[in-house]
Design a protein around this ligand. Structure first.
Ligand SMILES: [Zn+2]
Length: 129
């Protein structure tokens, strides 16, 4: 393995809440209206400094998807997942995109995010795992 080469992001960024490894930029957010079992989740166009797990089929509120979990390279904690395939045509826009679970990352909109705030369950593109 050797030493890790981390990518450093410039701008409003989301970082791992455990080790502050840079993960994504707020400019790359596609949607903030996703949900996971811990509360809010954001859909990103790209995420850096993560490794991916095994592919698996996962039934979500919007249908069956093939996903891989994504892990912070700094500390190995799970930070979200990536869509590898969507079975529903209307959900194909998510393929190749990443979900970061808001509660697992620190963001420019405040580091004291609580899972009890701002977790309204409305939204037609909510995903649940
Ligand atoms: Zn980390």
């Amino acid at each position: 393995m050797g030493r890790l080469f981390l990518i450093y992001l410039e701008g409003n960024k989301y970082t791992c809440k455990h080790c502050q490894t840079h993960l994504a930029l707020s400019d790359d957010i596609i949607s903030k209206s996703f949900h996971c079992r811990h509360g809010k989740a954001y859909l990103f166009d790209k995420v850096v400094n993560v490794t991916v797990g095994e592919k698996e089929e996962r039934m979500m509120m919007t249908g069956m998807h093939t996903v891989v979990d994504i892990f912070c390279v700094g500390c190995g904690s799970i930070v979200g997942w990536k869509y590898e395939a969507a079975h529903e045509k209307s959900q194909k826009y998510k393929v190749g995109k990443f979900i970061l679970e808001r509660f697992k990352v620190l963001g420019p909109d405040g580091s004291n995010y609580s899972i009890t705030q701002d977790t309204q369950m409305a939204g037609s593109d909510a995903d649940d795992v």
